[in-house]
Design a protein around this ligand. Structure first.
Ligand SMILES: [Zn+2]
Length: 416
């Protein structure tokens, strides 16, 4: 009896919650999206190249509710994607066509694949490559950085292995003696090779390894740091800006993880996007477009202000996995009201576990992202800020058109 009375008392509040305008929802559901950031997995067994720093071997920490084992969104995603079929059987049946089939289920036309390399089943034009460049920033002995905490130990082992691979691809077994040679023989050729391999952007996961304050450092200071193996941060800072400038010259955007990250040792304050402001303001880097992945969460208001920089973009991946639609909608609405031409849809689809593969996390993020966008646009429509036509236009911009413009995808498709 008491419970019923409580429910009746709450009813007006529940019904007062904003519901998505059905016409806007229908339009959003129709749009084939460009996914700015994800980690799709090869259909062949044993793939480990979906990340340079796989996060499955971390010390235990308090996981956000929506990423805990057994939560509802993962089961719902499996039902929607696979029905009664088994994932393994579907892969057997579709083979290299499987990843494209997954994109069709998610309503995604093109997915930017942030991977060490692409491979059979993950190919343009549906999958576009975004390789990792952090390893190039850490050419000295990384043991003292790795000992900072148990999670970073594994991360720096991974970076050392990736640098060894990049060195080998340039015909070297270890970094050359001078910074000049390192830039000329290793760094620039690696970026060139990535560009020739089809990369539309490059990615830094630096936030897992250090804070994002990449200061201005002179060439003389960087030369000395490289030669004397001292003042390592200055060398990293110099290399970051050098790589960003080169990438801009090659027409590749620079993607950065800018947000909370998993793990009990992750340095959240070190990912405050305002730490990057002097990078965005560096006149040498005005030809480089920076995409701040995950919308800087929890620093989403700092992102709002930074979107006024001509070379700064953001996406709302990860928030759509960690948070519920109504919470994400509040963030999206602020960006939509301020600089909607700089905001990109993304899923950060990632193989977290058997029950939460890249397919399920992609489905959850796509579903939550579209609901959040619908809620934000409906709120703006109801408050008289926009017309329904403008709501449609904004939906197309966030889900597709902004990314198509940023990466010149129309030109890319014309070449095929
Ligand atoms: Zn990611």
């Amino acid at each position: 009896m008491k419970l019923l009375a409580l429910l009746l008392a709450l009813a007006p509040f529940v019904s007062a919650q904003l519901q998505i305008d059905p016409v806007i929802a229908a339009e959003i559901a129709k749009i084939k999206a460009i996914d700015n950031h994800a980690h799709p997995v090869l259909p062949a067994a044993g793939d480990t190249e979906y990340d340079a720093l796989p996060v499955e071997h971390m010390d235990p920490y308090t996981e956000p509710v929506r990423t805990r084992v057994g939560i509802a969104p993962a089961a719902e995603a499996s039902r929607q994607l696979f029905g009664n079929a088994q994932k393994r059987a579907l892969i057997e049946q579709k083979r290299e066509g499987y990843p494209n089939w997954v994109l069709d289920q998610l309503g995604i036309e093109t997915m930017l694949a942030n991977r060490v390399s692409l491979g059979p089943g993950l190919a343009p034009p549906r999958f576009l490559w975004v390789p990792f460049e952090d390893a190039l920033m850490f050419p000295l002995d990384n043991r003292s950085l790795a000992s900072a905490n148990p999670d970073r130990k594994a991360f720096f082992d991974d970076e050392d292995r990736l640098l060894a691979r990049y060195l080998k691809e340039c015909g070297y077994a270890k970094p050359p003696a001078s910074l000049g040679e390192y830039l000329q023989k290793i760094v620039d050729p690696t970026l060139d090779r990535h560009k020739r391999g089809g990369a539309v952007a490059i990615k830094f996961e630096a936030a897992y390894l250090r804070s994002l304050d990449f200061d201005e450092v002179s060439r003389a200071e960087a030369d000395a740091a490289y030669t004397h193996k001292a003042a390592y941060k200055k060398l990293q800072d110099f290399l970051f800006r050098h790589i960003a400038a080169e990438a801009g010259g090659l027409g590749m955007a620079v993607h950065l993880h800018v947000a909370w990250g998993p793990g009990g040792y992750f340095h959240i304050a070190g990912t405050n996007p305002l730490l990057l402001e002097s990078v965005f303001n560096d006149p040498r880097l005005h030809g480089t477009n920076f995409v701040l992945l995950h919308g800087g969460w929890p620093f989403t208001r700092e992102i709002t202000a930074l979107l006024t920089k001509p070379n700064v973009y953001t996406d709302f991946s990860a928030q759509t996995l960690l948070n519920y639609p109504r919470t994400v909608a509040q963030v999206l609405r602020e960006w939509l009201e301020f600089a909607p031409d700089k905001v990109l849809f993304a899923t950060d689809a990632y193989p977290y576990s058997d029950e939460m593969g890249w397919e399920q996390s992609g489905w959850v993020a796509s579903d939550t992202g579209r609901q959040a966008l619908g809620l934000a646009l409906t709120g703006m429509l109801n408050d008289g800020e926009i017309t329904r036509d403008r709501a449609f236009e904004l939906a197309h911009m966030l889900l597709h058109d902004n990314a198509a413009k940023l990466y010149h995808l129309d030109k890319l498709y014309d070449l095929k």
